[in-house]
Design a protein around this ligand. Sequence first.
Ligand SMILES: Nc1ncnc2c1ncn2[C@@H]1O[C@H](COP(=O)(O)OP(=O)(O)OP(=O)(O)O)[C@@H](O)[C@H]1O
Ligand SMILES: [Mg+2]
Ligand SMILES: [Zn+2]
Length: 203
Amino acid sequence: MHLIRDVQNLAILLGRKSDNVGFECHDLFKSGKELRVKDELEVIELSKGSGAKDLYVKKIRNGSVIDHISAGHALDVLKILGIDGGEGHIVSVAMNVSSKAASKKDIVKVENRELKPGEVDKIALIAPSATINIIRDYEVAEKTRVKLPESIRGIVRCANPACVSNAGEPVEPKFLVERQDPLRLRCFYCVRIMEKQDVLKQF
Ligand SMILES: Nc1ncnc2c1ncn2[C@@H]1O[C@H](COP(=O)(O)OP(=O)(O)OP(=O)(O)O)[C@@H](O)[C@H]1O
Ligand SMILES: [Mg+2]
Ligand SMILES: [Zn+2]
């Protein structure tokens, strides 16, 4: 595992050592030879105009890029996906990189992995602005924005032990989404309100 840090940004790169490169670009890509190198790299931070301070990582051939994750939640996304690096595929994680003016985001790039609907629903709860890009043969083949429905079923349990959904009855937990960001869920059956931290504990 390589760990790269600069003052505001943190990027973690997992995977086979020989496969993964992460470095800050110092005007490398001018000659023909260096252009070929750039073809294999993807800028991880897309803030316009940062130029020589961009961070580049190796492109993935097939897999998923989860972009526009609420800053600070990249590791929660990895947890939802059950990825700890032991699979041996390339995983690039960037935290607190510049997004649009004055805002920050996290990004997760995973090789050889597409997301299941249940995983996308969980990501929507903690990162309602995330986009899921499916990469095929190095290109973005599909892009979807995660979406929280008005009510969610089955993904989280009610934190109230006395709730009917926790009574061993065949009652599926159900919540109304009162607010997306910051998250606020209201149990359909009891008075309990669940916020992001309550939900994260269950993932
Ligand atoms: N082959 C690849 N390997 C790794 N990351 C990639 C690859 N192709 C695209 N990406 C990343 O996927 C994300 C989406 O790529 P895209 O080219 O659609 O960027 P964009 O136009 O900025 O998208 P958006 O409007 O969603 O921000 C970006 O973070 C980009 O760096
Ligand atoms: Mg972008
Ligand atoms: Zn309840």
